[in-house]
Write a protein that binds this ligand. Structure first.
Ligand SMILES: C[S@@+](CC[C@H](N)C(=O)[O-])C[C@H]1O[C@@H](n2cnc3c(N)ncnc32)[C@H](O)[C@@H]1O
Length: 195
């Protein structure tokens, strides 16, 4: 098994409380979402995915931790919510393209590679919203663990990665004592007839 996947399985297996509450950033920006579908990347045990399903969105939630997804499936059943729940490595080439188009994409407390970020932008419908929210500096900790550099967002790192996306909002906020960056992107309309 990939060591990062193994690490997450261990982490989730030792967790004894799974909060039912969505992240404030997601709750506060949910009104910006559009259309009917949401792809939740690295959804974990799915508190954000469940919240959006409750709001009426058709949610596809994807993560590579079976332990976390088991919690999500159980909660979805208990709440009578129907989500598509997929166990995959989101960084695997071609994986996102195979899922088709989405009106909205959520990437929360996960730093996507630039390749994944560009795939997500391609799969977003015109006018669709991509919310990206994650840690940004070395003070950040997760549990008792220092978050490694490669998982931290650099200064304004995603502002100019993809020409298809316009930045609706970009802010640095404090979450649980950590500095985090939140970005709201909107997919630009496709320009017809351009060579
Ligand atoms: C900090 S948790 C965030 C969970 C959720 N987005 C939230 O904010 O509550 C990070 C999640 O990313 C998942 N993850 C990390 N790398 C992944 C990958 N390459 N493919 C799929 N999931 C991944 C882990 O299993 C873990 O559930």
């Amino acid at each position: 098994m990939n060591p990062e996947r193994e690490r997450w399985e261990r982490k989730w297996a030792h967790k004894d409380h799974f909060s039912p509450i969505p992240l404030p950033y997601v709750r506060d920006h949910a009104h910006l979402l559009t259309g009917g579908t949401v792809l939740d990347i690295a959804c974990g045990y799915g508190r954000n995915a469940l919240y959006l399903a409750e709001l009426g969105y058709r949610v596809t939630a994807i993560d590579f931790s079976e332990t976390a997804l088991r919690v999500l499936r159980k909660r979805a059943d208990e709440q009578g919510l129907c989500l598509e729940i997929l166990n995959h490595d989101v960084e695997e080439p071609g994986r996102i393209e195979a899922l088709g188009r989405f009106d909205n994409v959520l990437v929360v407390r996960y730093k996507p590679s630039v390749a994944l970020f560009r795939s997500l932008a391609r799969q977003l419908a015109a006018g669709g919203i991509l919310l990206l929210f994650s840690f940004r500096n070395r003070r950040s900790t997760y549990g008792d663990e220092i978050v490694q550099d490669w998982k931290l967002l650099g200064n304004e790192e995603y502002l100019r990665v993809c020409d298809d996306l316009e930045v609706v909002e970009h802010e640095t906020v404090t979450f649980d004592g950590d500095d985090c960056d939140g970005y709201v992107f909107r997919k630009r309309p496709e320009v017809k007839g351009e060579e």
